[in-house]
Design a protein around this ligand. Sequence first.
Ligand code: HEC
Length: 126
Amino acid sequence: MNYQLPMLLVLSVLLVACSDSNQSRSPVVPEFSEPGLVEGRAVWMNVCRNCHLMGIAGAPAITDHAAWVPRLSKGEEALYASALEGIRKDNAWTMPPRGGNPALSDAQIRSAVDFMLAAVDELNSD
Ligand code: HEC
């Protein structure tokens, strides 16, 4: 008896089921036409999304407008500084400097912050 075909069918059903449930839980990440935000989105999707899409490890998620309100009130320069230098609490990084990727330039980090703030605004349903 050849088990290959039934196994393939089971695997493909599982794959479809898994990708469906992921999609329904992950918000759609907004896109913008401004070149700076296009670059920022690319950086964000590679690095920042890991924590800031779903709000991993205490990171403010892009969909969580309430979590951003007190941060936004610090002003953009302070948020750039947090992203560049990181945030350290109780001798441990909460937000890692440059999202943990030291190869990213200051301009790339700033554009990722600009993108994230635009996305937070876009996804704000209040
Ligand atoms: C390993 C997870 C992780 C990654 C990756 C990450 N962040 Fe964060 N980020 C955090 C956490 C956690 C906080 C909240 C830190 C706190 O307030 O203690 C945070 C907070 C922030 C804030 C708010 C800072 C403030 O002053 O309130 C900004 C802006 C930010 N991150 C930008 C970025 C950018 C841009 C990237 C990608 C280059 C990135 N983060 C990647 C975990 C991450």
